[in-house]
Write a protein of this length. Structure first.
Length: 721
């Protein structure tokens, strides 16, 4: 929200700025790499692409290299922001140049991808979303903001609010799964956690909601690929999560790389101006994705970089992340009138507003090396990372083997059980090797004896096998799409080999996405989906396996039976005229089921819950529903109670189920509780053929249960009041 005092200061400053200085504010610079021979990041990437350098060599070079932060450009007022300048000392050095050596002393804003932790890496977002716990999401965001801000960072390129219905897309790892409501609530909690209600705090970060919009709907699950959908679907399934995160107060928004029905988001005026600014009233800053403005030439929507700059700025883009198109061309574009001066002033104002809101003009040096050191990876942070990991792991199968009894002789199999650094998962740019604990580390720490299974040795004598399978950290995330979601042949062979021994097998699955776990179901007695759990991976896994923690997480994306089910795997699909059935001419596959192997909302506990007495009535505000949930086992446990609805007859075909609300119930053995939900009437609305938002009279079914497949039903004859 605009603050009159800040607006006045912006106007004062704008009136003093030259055209060049205004353009400089729009430019976010990355640090070029200075090696033994001077190579730019772009040159290194080209060398990797054409095979002159391996990816590993490039990584080594990039992380060991010194960075050139283009000090002369900074002095000349040609840089408004940095991407990825990590470290308070270096940041303060640059900030001193900006504040003391530029003509107007405008401070820099420093952005970085703090996605699931900064130094204390917490579970990947897809994992953490399975906790269905807004309070946890906010607390882990707060912790990462404390660490990142101490390292000189002012803004994080998070949360990602991209609804992700296709697990082939590697960035599903960064999302809260396939549901719009969950992604919105996740985004909202993260924004609150990063920003607090006072951005001038030294431990606050500005949040940048990304990737606006529908980046998760890339065709074929291929990263950066086209997105094309009906406007109704866009409004109902994809926009709401960004809207919630933006309306939670996020001060920045990043348009996505992809095109949306033929118009790349970076130059998409409908998105950046009509929806974001006019409809939602957003008055923060927009910043392109990395190099995305220049890539509009590759899209074939811009003639050249100059044309791309013109289109992006006119569409509503404020800051150019690293492409340099704005820096090189905006001056001329304004001089020729191709970009109105008012539009440039607006963009500069949005950037200055955020700098004022962060308090950077009055207080530009927000941290120093001592604070930085003290903030990182504290025992309290490790404890929170462990709690987050415990609550993110989904128990998918248990034939009674878990929890493990103390004293069982363990044999440890699968390389991921030993590789601590794989536990960080994707997007952990400030992770330090050695910080994560593997399963092996945790067993050592707890002095639990184990034997390691070696490929070329006979199987060790043991009571139970713990077998780690799945993906390493580079197999999901950006540019890590997969055509096949099947387990590797090596993983399947290992599971079979262990099963043949006749000893019980626990499969611990590490991955950044849902995988086809059929072979694990066939060969393991228990399956724990551990995702990429972060620094406390091993200890949290043992907490769950030994029953010190009763698992409570539930899937936020269904797990496929076969890769070919994608992208039609998601739970809130619409109805067809020929729903899958035994009859041949129905909507199904010849060679795979249509249902996921593990459905949305699914997750086991070491206790069981019984649902009864569902009721639902219309109220002035919407629908009030209730259900009784009882813990019928002999352990305390948390149950995530999920409330869905279905509109059986409407003017457009509606989903078979839609999540409306959820609540976590902590229940002692034998305890039962009445859980109530109030669903606002807007939840039942949708867009008709002419894009009118309508709420129909008529039957609404309410379905409540512990996953989308197992629910009780109550009906409401809904009438507009
Ligand atoms: C990603 C963004 C990220 C940016 C800056 C891009 O490649 O798509 O999510 O914020 O890089 O690191």
């Amino acid at each position: 929200m605009k603050h009159p005092e800040i607006e006045k200061r912006i106007q004062d400053l704008l009136s003093k700025m030259t055209l060049e200085e205004k353009v400089g504010q729009l430019h976010q610079a990355g640090g070029s790499i200075v090696g033994a021979f001077d190579l730019s990041l772009e040159e290194i990437l080209t060398m990797v692409q054409d095979g002159r350098m391996t990816e590993e060599e490039a990584h080594k070079m990039i992380s060991n290299a010194k960075r050139d932060w283009h000090e002369d450009d900074l002095r000349a007022g040609r840089i408004g922001s940095y991407l990825g300048l990590v470290g308070s000392e270096e940041m303060n050095r640059m900030q001193h140049i900006a504040v003391e050596e530029t003509r107007l002393g405008i401070p820099l804003i420093n952005g970085f991808d703090v996605i699931h932790g900064f130094r204390t890496i917490t579970p990947i977002p897809l994992a953490e979303s399975c906790a269905w716990d807004t309070d946890l999401w906010e607390r882990t965001a707060r912790m990462s903001a404390e660490e990142a801000a101490a390292a000189g960072i002012h803004m994080t390129f998070s949360p990602m609010a991209d609804v992700s219905k296709d697990p082939r897309w590697g960035r599903i790892a960064e999302s809260a799964g396939e549901d719009a409501l969950l992604n919105g609530l996740y985004g909202e909690a993260k924004v609150k956690g990063y920003q607090t209600d006072d951005l001038t705090r030294h431990d606050a970060l500005a949040a940048c909601v990304k990737h606006f919009a529908a980046y998760g709907a890339a065709e074929g699950g291929r990263d950066y690929n086209r997105v094309d959908m009906s406007p109704q679907r866009f409004e109902e399934e994809y926009l709401p999560s960004y809207e919630r995160a933006v309306k939670a107060g996020a001060r920045a928004v990043m348009p996505a790389f992809n095109d949306l029905s033929g118009v790349p988001c970076s130059v998409n005026k409908k998105l950046l101006t009509d929806i974001l600014r006019r409809r939602w009233g957003f008055d923060g800053m927009t910043i392109s994705d990395a190099n995305a403005i220049a890539e509009c030439v590759n899209h074939g929507i811009a003639e050249d970089r100059r044309d791309a700059a013109r289109q992006a700025l006119n569409a509503g883009m404020d800051m150019d992340m690293t492409s340099g198109c704005f820096l090189d061309h905006v001056k001329e574009l304004v001089e020729t009138g191709e970009v109105p001066m008012e539009r440039l002033d607006e963009a500069v104002s949005d950037i200055l507003r955020l700098k004022f809101e962060l308090g950077l003009f009055d207080d530009p040096y927000r941290s120093g090396p001592e604070q930085e050191k003290a903030a990182m990876l504290t025992p309290a942070h490790r404890a929170l990372a462990r709690e987050a990991a415990q609550r993110s792991m989904v128990l998918l199968r248990n034939d009674g083997l878990l929890p493990l009894k103390a004293g069982l002789r363990i044999a440890l199999a699968g390389k991921l059980a030993f590789e601590k650094d794989e536990m960080s998962g994707t997007w952990a740019g400030s992770y330090q090797p050695g910080d994560c604990k593997s399963i092996q580390d945790a067993l050592d720490e707890e002095h639990i004896a184990y034997r390691a299974v070696a490929e070329d040795q006979p199987l060790p004598d043991c009571d139970v096998f713990l077998c780690a399978i799945g993906e390493g950290k580079n197999e999901s995330g950006e540019a890590a799409s997969r055509a096949s979601l099947e387990l590797t042949e090596a993983d399947i062979a290992l599971l079979k080999r262990l099963k043949e021994s006749g000893k019980p097998v626990v499969a611990v699955v590490f991955a950044g996405r849902p995988l086809c776990l059929g072979p694990a179901v066939e060969n393991a007695d228990a399956i724990l989906m551990a995702w990429h759990p972060g620094v406390e991976a091993g200890p949290a896994i043992l907490d769950v396996l030994y029953g010190r923690v009763n698992p409570s997480a539930k899937l936020t994306a269904g797990f496929p039976s076969a890769s070919g089910q994608c992208p039609s795997l998601y739970y809130d699909h619409i109805r067809t005229g020929r729903p899958a059935g035994k009859f041949k001419y129905t909507s199904k596959y010849l060679d795979a089921p249509v249902e996921p192997l593990f459905p949305f909302g699914f997750g086991l506990s070491y206790t069981s819950f019984r649902y009864s007495d569902i009721s639902a009535v219309q109220t002035g505000l919407g629908i009030h529903a209730e259900i009784t949930v009882q813990n019928i086992g002999d352990r305390a446990g948390d149950e995530i109670v999920q409330c869905y609805f279905r509109d059986p007859v409407a003017r457009r075909v509606r989903p078979v189920r839609k999540l409306a609300a959820f609540e976590k119930a902590a229940l002692r053995p034998g305890e039962s509780r009445r859980i109530a939900f109030d669903i606002p009437k807007a939840a039942f609305g949708y867009y008709d053929q002419d894009m009118n938002f309508v709420i129909d009279d008529g039957l609404i079914e309410i379905h409540i249960g512990g996953n989308v497949r197992d629910t009780l039903q109550a009906n409401v004859d809904y009438r507009s009041l």
